[in-house]
Design a protein around this ligand. Sequence first.
Ligand code: NAP
Length: 247
Amino acid sequence: MINLKDKVVVVTGSARGIGKAIALKFAEAGAKVVISDINDEVTQSTVAEFKSKGYEAFGIKCDVSSFEDSQNLIDKTVEKYGKIDVLINNAGITKDNLIIRMGEDEWDKVIAVNLKGVFNCSKHAIKYMMKAKSGVIINIASVVGITGNAGQVNYAATKGGVIAMTKSLAKEYAGRNIRVNAIAPGFIETEMTKAIPEKEREAWAASIPLKRAGQPEDVANAALFLASDLASYITSQVLVVDGGMIG
Ligand code: NAP
């Protein structure tokens, strides 16, 4: 059983979906979790849900594409709990289209949230982790950042970029005892994938060697492992959580 008692963990985009499952998994392991999302109302209702289960949780609204919001998220976390042990860069969006039909706004928005958002939060968190000479960053990438995907040039570019950022940051801060890894989920059942027509979703699930779509908890389990001391010799890696999808 992994014990993260008194560890302070910030999860972006954690009011729902994979981020919420990660926050819950860490709370169950004894961590103090900071729930953060772009929508304050949903953020606070997730915090209330966690507190009603007896977990230590704190909510901070943050649009990760904003440099100021991201700084506020990390600073307020340290003000409240005195430190930040783990940052999970989870917030992400899709705006799918073939490039021929993709608007500049669809490109810019996905880059701003999925790529710049990881820069924003990591930059501010690393400042505190460097002082503490300890820290863990986990970036939620995607298998399409490895394989590419038609209709997702913007999204795939960000996720490939996140993998490259992960490896660069890992090298920059290994000497300060800060580990940086990525998780590349495959097809996980959340609001994000509900946008895909049902027939297409069924076909995807059938093509996965383990014969099922992933659940947010599958990704949360991987995050818990990477954040724990069991992974103390693992940095600069991409852990694929996809039921064997990309082989
Ligand atoms: P989701 O269900 O859409 O949840 C994402 C959460 O992030 C939502 O609460 C959303 O808030 C929030 N968010 C959106 N823009 C934000 C911003 N600018 N700042 C802060 N929070 C923001 O998505 P998910 O499936 O859980 O995805 C989580 C991560 O996993 C993403 O990085 C995604 O790319 C990655 N991923 C997912 C899959 C999958 O199959 N689901 C596969 C591979 C990778 P609103 O709802 O209010 O917009």
